[in-house]
Design a protein around this ligand. Sequence first.
Ligand code: SF4
Length: 375
Amino acid sequence: MKFLDEYRDPTAVRRYVRAIAEITTRDWTIMEICGGQTHSIVKFGLDSLLPDKITLLHGPGCPVCVTPAELIDKAIEIASRPEVIFCSFGDMMRVPGTGKDLLSVKAAGGDIRMVYSPLDAVRLARENPHRQVVFFAIGFETTAPANAMAVMQAKQSGLKNFTVLVSHVLVPPAIEAILSSPDNRVQGFLAAGHVCAVMGYTEYEPIAEQFRVPIVVTGFEPLDIIQGIYLCIKQLEEKRFEVENAYSRVVNREGNRTAQRVMGDLFRVVNRKWRGIGEIPASGLGLKEEYKEFDAELRFGVAGKKVEEATECISGLILRGMKKPPDCPAYGTKCTPEHPLGATMVSSEGTCAAYYSYRRLAPLGKSESQRQKNG
Ligand code: SF4
């Protein structure tokens, strides 16, 4: 396929693998932020091509996976109300809250619609003036502009029956939280190309400088990822700690100013809870005061709801790069995509789902804890 095959060229990938082996002199640990990158790495076996000295850790960049159980429970409470049409992207349907998931609410008669765009939800609000239409607005900086546009459109149309349940999260504070952790092992990052397409990469420059870590803006195809790893290792070996753009066909330094302006008009930065990780200061987006009439948490009185996360699932450790799925006792036994205990086994970008899809039947490589044990 044009524009795709060239980034899956095995010869070019092998050239980079050889170049990585030539420049690597010691152990390095790199984290890819985005779940889409994790899936490419696991699907194409890119980690197995790398020298033993290089460890790839999988980061928290799957929006479904980091949406806290608390928000899922709020969604379930709202979606269970008879006057509500609850709209969500499909991959949120099976994410477990503390008790059930949205799919079970739908099975019990809840009016839950899977939509492909927030504007579908705005249209439903127009078509159903006597119902309350709620859109589950989750995601990183990538989906925030479209969700902001939907609220803007609802306001311009004078819709009084449209609200959003917001769970937007931001990448740079998550990177800072990982790097600030006393048990951090990450020495370099592959930043998520699509997030940087919206936000640019100026926010990452002070992080690279302060924590002395290379950050390489990276795409999602095998060649993109192997090139990102090469550039990251090269910087580490040369003791350089900069932000480098390996995805220049999509990303520029400033990002999409129009999208940023729309986000800035609607959202403010708030503290946000991450599933399995806890609250990270200034790591999320919430509606600004002047748009609070569109806030589903306020309209349906669920803002104060607090719940405890399940302790059986270790996805918080996986999302911080401290464990890998095979390290979880429930992986592939009590927890499968059909019966998930955690969000990382549900989402199409989840690390546990990636391992289960592509590695379940293959012999598993050394798991992270084994690696550590064996030195
Ligand atoms: S395998 Fe299941 S229980 Fe274990 S960390 Fe992954 S999602 Fe959680």
